[in-house]
Design a binder for this molecule. Structure first.
Ligand code: PRP
Ligand code: HPA
Ligand code: MG
Length: 178
């Protein structure tokens, strides 16, 4: 599986450094608030697990499963596969994503959740790939910027594979079906 990766962008140590930094900032900003982490599955499951351990203020977590990608391309359709278990009214919602790419997923989620009257709503994304933006989204917390390459690992997949890699890397073009 590691042979399918062309280069490592963030190794385990670098990921921990980025995630701890985000956790510290979030912990400072949410003192005395009613923090609810909304994790977007599946891609962000590893990031959420590490980020929550780096957050030192009380918080709750809930999950939504969204799917929009087929292979390396956004399908153009964002679908909720699984919704939150409870209403979010009165919560300070922090949406947690692994990657912000075209922006289609996050703009859809933001619109949907804003309509449910949270006390506040912000976005935390581990990675931001601004080159491919189709829909404007402005994250409040960003771990790192990435170039316009298809990346995998640490939760991120290509056709459901590679999510278990402990690092983030660029997939070799020969492993991408065109
Ligand atoms: O900004 P966008 O272009 O919308 O891309 C970002 C979204 O795409 C991926 O999810 P995907 O639809 O592949 O589902 P997954 O998380 O289950 O892999 C990723 O996890 C983000 O949720
Ligand atoms: O570069 C990416 N890799 C994996 N999943 C993704 N979803 C949007 N962009 C990407
Ligand atoms: Mg995916």
């Amino acid at each position: 599986m590691m042979e399918d990766v062309e280069s490592v962008l963030f190794d385990e140590k670098e990921l921990m450094r980025i995630v701890s930094g985000l956790g510290e900032r979030i912990s400072r900003d949410y003192i005395g608030k009613n923090l609810l982490i909304v994790g977007i599955l599946k891609g962000s499951f590893m990031f959420i697990a590490d980020l929550m351990r780096a957050i030192t203020v009380p918080c709750c977590v809930d999950f939504m499963a969204i799917s929009s990608y087929e292979g390396t391309k956004p399908s153009g359709m964002v679908r909720i596969l699984m919704d939150l278990k409870k209403p979010i009214e009165g919560y300070d919602v922090l949406i947690v994503e692994d990657i912000l790419d075209s922006g289609m997923t996050l703009s859809y989620i933001l619109k949907t959740l804003k309509a449910r009257n949270p006390a506040s709503i912000k976005i935390c994304t581990l990675l931001d790939k601004p080159a491919r933006r189709l829909s404007e989204v402005f994250p409040d917390y960003t771990g790192a910027l990435v170039e316009d390459r298809f990346i995998v690992g640490y939760g991120l997949d290509y056709n459901e594979k590679y999510r278990n890699l402990p690092f983030i890397g660029v997939l070799k073009p020969e492993f991408i079906d065109s």
